[in-house]
Design a protein around this ligand. Structure first.
Ligand SMILES: C[S@@+](CC[C@H](N)C(=O)[O-])C[C@H]1O[C@@H](n2cnc3c(N)ncnc32)[C@H](O)[C@@H]1O
Length: 209
């Protein structure tokens, strides 16, 4: 697998520093919630999660460097962050302040529509955009703004992986802006598009033009 070439570094506008909240309060709260309140068994059994866990994340786990933006954090995505090598500059982002709890060390509270205002231009090798289109970023106008912002923060030829549901929104890759700024691509043996017979999930890979 090709190694990504980038200089790791903190995201502009990120929550930085080793505050007491980050060192103690958040880990303890997370541990209590994961062990006594929340159960991610349902999610782990879904075909889309199985594909992420068995196909996409193991490939990403091989990357030893590079900068990756993981969009949308929830209790059932917490374990996914463990796939990434420590050499990778992983930035997580969620619009909901509460989800800082499920973000990585370098987490942003921001809307993906405005991500280009928070991070350096053309600084990311990969953006993982799962469950955002159709789960908050629903209108074509919002999706167009997201495509523009992501194109701004991705390096040339950077990878954009989109997970969406065909029962919730029309195909976002059919938008003119998607084709103007991105080209469909395969990734490390995975096809341009993956669908499931028993699920409405669709996974697409695009590359920034
Ligand atoms: C269905 S969850 C998807 C979580 C995860 N990415 C996954 O793989 O399933 C949707 C998440 O997207 C976040 N979200 C919704 N709109 C957003 C926006 N405009 N910018 C950033 N995050 C957003 C929500 O707060 C929520 O945590």
């Amino acid at each position: 697998m090709a190694q990504l070439i980038t200089t790791p570094g903190p995201a502009v506008g990120s929550v930085s520093g080793q505050s007491l909240k980050k060192l103690l309060y958040l880990p303890i709260k997370r541990w209590l919630l994961l062990n006594f309140k929340l159960d991610s068994t349902y999610f782990k059994k879904q075909p889309d999660r199985i594909w992420l866990d068995q196909h996409l994340y193991p490939r990403l786990a091989k990357l030893k460097q590079g900068r990756i933006l993981f969009v949308g954090c929830a209790y059932y995505t917490w374990e996914s962050l463990k796939y990434f090598d420590k050499g990778v500059d992983l930035v997580t982002v969620d619009i909901d302040e509460c989800n800082q709890l499920w973000g990585g060390k370098n987490h942003l509270v921001a809307s993906i529509l405005d991500i280009d205002k928070y991070v350096a231009p053309h600084s990311f090798d990969i953006v993982l955009l799962n469950g955002i289109f159709g789960h908050g970023v629903d209108t074509p106008e919002m999706q167009i703004q997201t495509y523009k912002a992501l194109h701004q923060v991705l390096k040339p030829s950077g990878l954009l992986q989109i997970g969406w549901n065909h029962d919730l929104i029309p195909d976002p890759t059919a938008l003119e802006i998607s084709q103007e700024l991105f080209v469909k691509t395969s990734f490390e043996g995975l096809p341009e598009r993956t669908t499931f017979p028993d699920s409405t999930h669709v996974f697409d890979f695009l590359r920034a033009r």
